[in-house]
Ligand binder design. Structure first.
Ligand code: ADP
Ligand code: ADP
Length: 219
């Protein structure tokens, strides 16, 4: 579903990502773990065609992300919940996303409820949102096209423990219905209860890979 093959990204002399290879399968949550600066965002941006790799390649559902027609219907992406459209309300932002992906506009209301944004919050301008609210809205945008794959970069940032618990349930439900999830975090605690497999990255390289049992058994 997501196939990453020897992805490498150099910025000048610095290799932000080196020879990163892994695969994410349907029905599973893959936890992409590593400290800040390890190369997680750069890898995810390359998977989504936003950063050109220096070498290597990545495909989602068998093709490079950029070749997917109407990607929002197939792949939900949450990379950087920057306050885009800061002057619009959450409801407007989501209605636009629904429109762009060709989903009925009622879908926006359903998703606002699903991600726990209240009517009141949905009516406020995104520029005034907390990080946690932007994450919830970003997740709603990622889900609005009913995708089979989710690529989420540090979605738990800014969520309180209850919010993290809620998101775990949502992602588990998504994977249990056959979805593919790639979920990054710098905190093992955030992902260990939801991820089936882990890819650990450090200094731009894959340091370990496997189930929790496999990682604990590794020398
Ligand atoms: P993570 O998401 O794991 O925190 P990043 O992928 O953001 O890590 O960063 C990996 C490394 O690449 C870091 O050393 C970061 O400073 C560097 N880096 C990321 N983007 C750029 C860029 N546009 N120009 C130069 N260096 C970058
Ligand atoms: P239940 O099984 O309790 O009736 P749902 O099947 O509606 O609940 O949702 C279970 C989980 O699946 C939710 O927490 C949410 O993660 C996710 N989910 C539900 N509906 C959607 C949807 N339309 N798109 C994506 N994820 C969904």
């Amino acid at each position: 579903m997501i196939d990453v093959d020897r992805l490498t990204k150099r910025y000048g002399d610095v290799a932000a990502v080196r020879d990163v290879t892994f695969r994410c399968e349907p029905g599973t949550v893959t936890g992409f773990l590593g400290p800040n600066g390890a190369g997680k965002s750069t890898t995810m941006r390359m998977i989504c065609g936003l950063t050109p790799p220096s070498s290597g390649s990545a495909t989602v559902r068998g093709v490079p992300y950029r070749r997917i027609a109407n990607p929002g219907r197939h792949v939900g992406v949450l990379l950087d919940p920057a306050a885009q459209h800061a002057g619009r309300t959450g409801r407007e932002v989501l209605a636009l996303t629904a429109q762009v992906t060709g989903m009925p506009k009622e879908r926006a209301g359903e998703l606002l409820a699903l991600v726990g944004l209240s009517e009141k919050a949905a009516g406020r301008r995104v520029g005034g949102y907390s990080l946690g609210m932007r994450q919830r809205l970003g997740l709603a945008q990622a889900l609005v096209g009913d995708p089979a794959v989710l690529i989420l970069d540090e979605p738990a940032n800014g969520l309180d423990p209850e919010g993290i618990h809620w998101m775990r349930g949502l992602l588990r439900g998504f994977a249990d219905r056959g979805g593919t999830v790639l979920l990054s975090s710098h905190l093992l605690l955030e992902v260990e209860a939801v991820a089936d497999r882990f890819v650990v990255i450090a200094g731009g390289r894959v340091a370990a890979r496997g189930t929790k049992q496999e990682l604990l058994a590794a020398p």
